[in-house]
Design a protein around this ligand. Structure first.
Ligand code: HEC
Length: 143
């Protein structure tokens, strides 16, 4: 009986340890703050409430996995395993008053230090989206 419960406890630890090695969970831990800070300017081309066409800034769409991994007008923005080569993180790490800082000063919520660390850990662990493909709430084309 005693041995049995020890084995169960160890199995539990194993699961926790491997989840850690895989990095943060995209849908639960990363997407909410990306959605909050970046979607406003980086969603698919659509018409706003006044009928004006809004194009994604820098040609970068972040509302689905395929577009996010494709990148923007300057190419890839996330390089799996290489946070230092990933503009998606690096531009958020620039000083707030730098022209290329994301999100632009005063235009959306800045990522907290904790969120920057989560993004770094997620890219480093391989930029794994899990089952997440897109957010249907904001990944909308057209009107
Ligand atoms: C208020 C609008 C706005 C918000 C919010 C915003 N961006 Fe941007 N983003 C821009 C503009 C404008 C450009 C194009 C800059 C240029 O071409 O000089 C851009 C370009 C980029 C690029 C470069 C794309 C390329 O290939 O050239 C990245 C990466 C980026 N943004 C990441 C982010 C991230 C990450 C967030 C959220 C933390 C974010 N942006 C939030 C306006 C915004």
């Amino acid at each position: 009986m005693r041995i049995h419960s020890t084995l169960i406890a160890l199995a539990g630890l194993g699961v926790a340890a491997s989840a850690q090695a895989e990095g943060p969970d995209f849908e639960k831990e990363i997407w909410p703050f990306v959605k909050n800070s970046c979607v406003k300017c980086h969603q698919p081309e659509h018409k706003d409430e006044r009928g004006r066409t809004r194009r994604p800034k820098g040609d970068l769409v972040v509302t689905n996995k395929e577009a996010l991994m494709k990148g923007g007008e300057d190419g890839e923005v996330i390089v799996a395993g290489k946070p230092e080569d990933s503009p998606f993180l690096q531009m958020a790490l620039l000083p707030l008053d730098h022209d290329d800082h994301m999100p632009p000063e005063g235009k959306a919520d800045q990522w907290t230090d904790e969120q920057k660390k989560l993004m770094e850990a997620w890219i480093k662990a391989g930029a794994d989206f899990g089952a997440w493909e897109r957010d249907p709430e904001v990944d909308v084309q057209g009107e």
